[in-house]
Design a protein around this ligand. Structure first.
Ligand SMILES: C[S@@+](CC[C@H](N)C(=O)[O-])C[C@H]1O[C@@H](n2cnc3c(N)ncnc32)[C@H](O)[C@@H]1O
Length: 195
């Protein structure tokens, strides 16, 4: 089985999705997929969906390849790149039916908050990425970041609040399991693109 990590020929042109997957199918994207334990399990349970995991750290995205191949996944690929750049320049416009963003780095110091992935600019990036009625699923342990996530999406008229299906919520991420084991609950939100 070939390496699941995409070798980018260029970062100046959008990906050609038909070259990445053996079968056309709805596409879901996880940004900052870490060790890919969520993505591999979710993809295993949903063979009729194609998935891309995006992660900037090489050691972590290599785990997507290792675990994905061990699981025999043919519907999952990994891209090592920065998430916002991926959404803006590499993902074909309106191609994803869902974006998953779980436990993004919280940047807790006030002066560092501008580094957060989910800021005022993010709904615009998500709108470009998503197909009609596409979903954004969010999870974090950080109450301040959770408030910011809700504020930016509540203020974006293109989105309405949605719900996270139980079958999705029950698949936990690596960081989520650690936090939950320490008694720190998952804060969860979902938004649907409506216009
Ligand atoms: C706190 S970890 C959470 C990982 C995983 N989602 C989980 O819940 O187990 C955040 C991950 O996002 C990655 N990351 C942070 N900012 C990123 C960015 N702008 N683009 C791509 N990956 C990013 C980090 O390298 C790290 O693996």
């Amino acid at each position: 089985m070939d390496n699941l990590l995409v070798e980018l020929r260029t970062i100046l042109e959008p990906l050609v999705l038909a070259e990445l997957f053996p079968r056309p199918a709805p596409l879901e994207v996880e940004l900052g997929c870490g060790d890919a334990s969520f993505l591999v399990e979710y993809a295993r349970r949903n063979p009729d969906i194609n998935f891309i995991g995006v992660e900037r750290l090489l050691g972590r995205i290599q785990k997507l390849d290792k675990k994905g191949r061990r699981t025999g996944l043919r519907n999952t690929r990994g891209v090592r790149i920065e998430s916002a750049y991926f959404l803006e320049y590499l993902l074909p416009a309106h191609s994803a039916t869902a974006l998953h963003i779980y436990f993004p780095d919280p940047w807790p110091k006030k002066k560092h908050r501008r580094h957060r992935l989910i800021g005022g600019h993010f709904p615009g990036l998500a709108r470009r990425a998503l197909a009609e009625r596409g979903m954004v699923y969010l999870r974090t342990d950080d109450a301040d970041y959770f408030q910011q996530m809700n504020e930016v999406f509540d203020a974006a008229q293109e989105f309405e609040k949605g719900v996270t299906p139980a079958a999705l919520a029950e698949i936990t991420t690596d960081f989520e399991r650690d936090f939950n084991a320490q008694g720190i609950p998952t804060l969860r939100a979902a938004y649907r693109l409506i216009r």
